[in-house]
Design a protein around this ligand. Structure first.
Ligand SMILES: [Zn+2]
Length: 118
């Protein structure tokens, strides 16, 4: 069976939240509600909605940067996980890390697609 890749599901990037001003230095938790629109209607299961709502209330942890300051990470809320990750994935809430969601990286498959297009 083909594994679902990281670009097929709603994702939340901690760096985006920081850029958007939702995370302040030293903040220990972040709550967001975000809506995603599926790119294509084609691979929807019957009854599945095109708009996916992702609710996240995640713990944050901070590490120092080489160039000073510090950067935030999500702490994956998966059972027995607690990994420090930059991106968590839906569509279920809470979103979890790539390993908890058993996702493959999109780039592993994208190579093939790119070759076909040209
Ligand atoms: Zn995890």
């Amino acid at each position: 069976m083909r594994r679902v890749t990281t670009d097929e599901v709603p994702a939340l990037d901690v760096r985006d939240l920081k850029r958007e001003g939702l995370i302040a230095a030293g903040q220990e938790r972040v709550g967001v509600l975000r809506r995603f629109r599926r790119r294509s209607r084609a691979n929807l299961a019957p009854g599945e909605k095109r708009i996916v709502e992702l609710v996240a209330n995640l713990r944050l942890t901070w590490t120092p940067c080489n160039y000073g300051g510090s950067r935030p990470w999500f702490v994956c809320p998966g059972e027995g996980c607690g990994r420090r990750v930059a991106i968590v994935y839906g569509p279920a809430s809470p979103p979890l890390c790539r390993l908890c969601r058993s996702l493959s990286y999109a780039s592993q498959l994208r190579l093939k697609g790119a070759a076909r297009k040209n």
